[in-house]
Design a protein around this ligand. Structure first.
Ligand code: GAR
Length: 200
């Protein structure tokens, strides 16, 4: 079974979907640790309720970004992950994390990259007047939401949508995409050559 470490900042609905998936005996991955950048992340409560160990590595507890990044890499490594899943982790991962788990960190993003990268993807898609947006699972590189794309799903913007209603529609698609592809990756492996990603 593939060992998954999930990084969260918020409520953790994507984490919840992964936890629900491995209640099914056939799912090839298992969440072995959850790491947050803030003690208030709701995803931590979900993990605790499921009996999964957690860690909090908050930037405010470190002298600078590099020290935080090293501590984050250490706390992830303790769980010996096969795959690190950033699921609503609202910070840029640094070199210590990416060098420690090369090609083994993926991120889910609530837009069709390269459109609408960053922390306000849903708001930005609405403000632009996009009629279609969606979600992207990608390999994390040093940029902000720039890494090679693993999979995407399109989601329509409906008349009358606000950020909350649109994000909720995206999250329904996002949970399925994440569970499906994380399962495929831990079962079959992930190969990255330039911008080309092969799973299985
Ligand atoms: C998800 O939609 C995720 O794609 C997004 O935050 C949400 C977290 O939801 N991530 C980003 O915007 C990263 N830039 P969750 O905490 O309920 O899983």
């Amino acid at each position: 079974t593939g060992r998954l470490v999930v990084l969260v900042s918020g409520g953790g609905s994507n984490l919840a979907a992964l936890l629900a998936a491995h209640e099914g005996p056939a799912y090839p991955g298992r969440v072995v640790g959850v790491v947050a950048d803030r003690a208030s992340a709701g995803g931590l409560d979900l993990a605790r309720a499921a009996g999964i160990p957690t860690a909090v590595v908050a930037p405010g507890d470190f002298d600078d970004r590099a020290a935080w990044d090293r501590a984050l890499a250490e706390s992830i490594a303790v769980f010996r992950p096969d795959l690190v899943v950033s699921a609503g982790f609202m910070r840029i991962l640094g070199a210590a994390v990416l060098d420690r788990f090369p090609g083994r960190v993926v991120n889910t993003h609530p837009a069709l990259l390269p459109s609408f990268p960053g922390a306000h993807a849903v708001r930005d898609a609405l403000a632009f007047g996009a009629k279609v947006t969606g979600c992207t699972l990608h390999v994390v590189d040093a940029g902000v939401d720039t890494g090679p794309v693993i999979a995407q799903v399109a989601v329509p913007v409906e008349p009358g949508d606000d950020e909350a209603t649109l994000h909720e529609r995206i999250k329904v698609a996002e949970r399925r995409l994440l569970v499906d592809w994380v399962g495929r990756i831990v079962a079959g492996g992930l190969t990255v050559e330039g911008r080309s990603v092969t799973v299985g």
